[in-house]
Ligand binder design. Structure first.
Ligand code: PEP
Ligand code: MG
Length: 551
């Protein structure tokens, strides 16, 4: 038995086989070869394997998301068969006497550049597809597989770290737990674990070797430990804990359908955070009062090109309809920093977290923003949608946003397309600047939602992605708590309601504090809803408010 320690980011016990996540990243070296024919044969085999993978992906996507959305994999299949691409690879192998990996990488770079140089926007967009198929063929050559989880049964995913674009592609039904070598407590791996309600451990020195693959292990998210090949008595003990957890979950089930009201009668809305439509089942299962944060950028991250208005409309409509009249707050695209999509071709930045991200991209590239707004507004005709804008720093930005929203509404009116004319608009409070001007911002919008993950990062000047700084990252820092009170007060004075959608919202040690401060809503990962409801139901808040001088 090997016992490894790390930092637990979600409690619970998972028992199952380990699956080492294969990164798609490749280090291609140029190697001289003597047998070119052998390299061409290797290339041909890899190409066949890539084509088979794409066929499997196409079939899966047709079943899950329909034929139109699956077309991308068909297009990639055609690219793998492209005669010019094949000729180029073979030519490089023959003339330079090099390994197949290098020839494919070089061809991919050349073709990608050729597409990028084209005037037509459609063809420029194909550059990302070339990169994708090139990486796929190289993966096949290097035996790195397709990337992702390769198992038929649910497994414990072990990885160095997971980027949002990687987690979005994972088949969530096959994941029992995450264990990562890197990643911070606020990274998207942790957020995903909380959404899925599964134990996760980060900062764990687990070897990412083939020998680890398939080993039986226990992840204990209470202790922050991983037991590989557990001894029989350890396994028995952990099985008992897992069973007790199941019992607790069953007790929480009894809270379904109950109102979120304190012992002394104060109500609060408890909503759910989601990243895509697959999370909806968990939202309903956990009895959320609405969706307080739909991270719409995951639609962009899961795509090889800008998602069209129709594609987005279909997704937003599905969410709004599924929630059947309950509020669905869709956050507009929050790309940049840790969430990168190649086709945006964002400039390389020294400080991406302080760079061109979120609303800044939307305001500098209004065509992307308008497409999304049209899709959300059209979906608003099917239920109760609201729109929320991330990373706001000024009233001027909000005024510009409102002008764009008004222009889009006018377009829809002219086209006779329906939408909710009273749709609520809100801003995320994620920067100290927004906190300081909260009251002025509140006069412009219907609601605030505090992104405590970014607000803490920007206030404490601590990169939320940097695991080595976790010991300095104090989410209960008095500066943050003071700011939260300022935000609620500013919101209410300016006539807006205020919620929290950052991870701090589900911190049960602060539930009483948030209620006392006067927050109207807390939006948390689906798995956190019922424990939070339990905490609210068990709280007495009036006395505490007086003690703190809040009333
Ligand atoms: C936040 O910053 O707290 C937030 C909710 O947004 P994200 O985690 O997606 O940046
Ligand atoms: Mg944020």
């Amino acid at each position: 038995m090997i016992v490894l320690e790390g930092k637990a980011v979600f409690e619970g016990v998972a028992i199952g086989k380990l699956s080492v996540y294969k990164k798609k990243e490749q280090m291609v070296k140029r190697e001289k070869v003597t047998d070119s024919a052998a390299q061409i044969k290797r290339y041909e085999d890899a190409r066949q394997m890539a084509a088979a993978q794409l066929q499997a992906l196409y079939d899966k996507a047709v079943k899950e998301v329909g034929e139109a959305s699956a077309e991308i994999f068909e297009a990639h299949q055609f690219m793998v068969e492209d005669g010019d691409y094949i000729d180029s690879v073979e030519n490089i192998i023959n003339t330079e006497c090099v390994n197949a990996e290098y020839a494919v990488a070089k061809t991919g770079d050349n073709f990608r550049q050729m597409f990028l140089d084209m005037d037509d926007e459609y063809f420029r967009g194909r550059a990302a597809d070339i990169k994708d198929i090139t990486e796929r063929i190289i993966n096949c050559l290097m035996g790195a597989g397709d990337g992702g989880v390769e198992s038929d049964e649910p497994v414990i995913v072990v990885a160095d770290d997971l980027a949002p674009s990687e987690t979005v592609q994972m088949d969530k039904d096959k994941i029992l737990s995450f264990v990562t070598v890197h990643g911070s407590a606020n990274s998207h791996t942790s957020i995903l674990a909380k959404t899925m309600n599964i134990p996760a451990i980060i900062g764990c020195d687990i070897p990412l070797t083939d020998e680890m693959d398939g080993q039986l292990a226990v992840v204990d998210g209470f202790e922050g430990k991983v037991y590989i090949n557990p001894e029989p008595q350890v396994l028995e003990e952990k099985k008992k804990i897992a069973a007790k957890e199941q019992e607790k979950k069953a007790l929480l089930e009894l809270l379904k359908g109950k109102d979120n009201v304190t012992l002394d009668g104060q109500r609060i809305n408890i909503y759910a955070n989601i990243g895509n439509t697959k999370d909806l089942a968990l939202v309903l299962k956990n009895d959320a009062g609405g969706i307080g944060l739909f991270r719409s950028e995951f639609i962009y991250l899961g795509s090889d090109d800008y998602p069209t208005e129709e594609e987005q409309f279909a997704i937003y409509k599905q969410v709004v309809q599924t929630m059947a009249g309950k509020k669905v707050i869709i956050r507009t695209l929050d790309i940049g920093a840790d969430k990168q999509a190649d086709y945006f071709e964002l400039p390389k930045e020294e400080n991406p977290a302080l760079g061109l991200r979120a609303i800044r991209i939307c305001l500098t590239r209004p065509e992307i923003f308008k497409t999304q707004l049209r899709a959300i507004l059209r979906a608003s005709a099917y239920g109760k949608a609201a729109i929320m804008f991330p990373m706001i720093i000024s009233v001027g930005e909000v005024k510009k946003i409102k002008e764009i929203v008004a222009a889009v509404k006018e377009e829809l009116d002219n086209e006779g397309l329906a939408y909710d004319k009273d749709i609520e608009l809100g801003v995320m409070i994620e920067t100290p600047a927004a906190v300081m001007i909260a009251e002025d911002l509140a006069k412009e919008v219907d609601f605030f939602s505090v992104g405590t993950n970014d607000l803490t990062q920007y206030t404490l000047a601590i990169d939320r992605q940097n695991q080595t700084l976790d010991e300095f990252y104090d989410s209960h820092h008095p500066a943050i708590l003071k700011m939260l009170k300022m935000i609620v007060d500013g919101a209410h004075k300016g006539g807006a309601w205020a919620g929290i959608c950052g991870e701090l919202g589900s911190d049960l040690s602060l539930t009483k504090e948030f209620l006392a401060m006067g927050f109207d809503e807390l939006s948390v990962s689906p798995g956190r809803i019922l424990p939070l409801r339990k905490a609210v139901l068990e709280t007495n808040v009036s006395e505490y408010k007086k003690e703190k001088g809040y009333i």
